[in-house]
Design a protein around this ligand. Sequence first.
Ligand code: SF4
Length: 219
Amino acid sequence: MPRALTAEEIAQVEDDFAAAALRAKQAGFDGVQVHCAHGYLFSQFIDPAHNKRADAYGGSVENRFRIVEETLRKVKDAVGGTFPVFIKIHCNAVEGDAQFASDLVYMLKAAAALGVEAAEISGFDFAKQPRDKRLYYMERARRAREASGLPVILVGGIRTLAEMDEVLEGGLDMVSLSRPFVCQPDILKRLQAGESSKCIGCFGCFSCYQKTGKRCVLH
Ligand code: SF4
């Protein structure tokens, strides 16, 4: 059964994120991303459907985002001001979705105030999207970008070069791909060479995870 973290454990989690970010920098990576989506720990804190705490880390959006803010501050202190730090975050919620959309703007503004370079925007329901749907979170990401001023990276249902262009021409700043890399790990070179994406028949079976690695069942 899950249980609530103590205040000491929260501080330890934050310190561990900062130490991990520093190790990533020392290992030669170009930036780090603090993951606050897809049911991971920080996503559970910011989502009121999961977070039932009655202390300074639960209730209002300020409280639910506090662990992320404290972590970002510690990460920034650990890696130094010029090392890129991003967050990944949901734009929607199972319960109270409209309220969460306005909470998202608060969280992006708070991240921007801490010097976070950009937010990658996803959603809790990315695995349930219809096969033909594309750019799942475009509209909400665009509104959040406008209201917060923080650069936004869109992920979810982006398969082809034309769809990537649509994201950028629609006012967002960067594109993130996941399943297209499962289909074609060298997709960027192929697109540059004028080839087309093979990830257009994805039907969301999520059978990509296999014992011997990750590959699409279609090819
Ligand atoms: S294995 Fe299934 S979910 Fe994964 S990329 Fe292929 S069709 Fe899509």
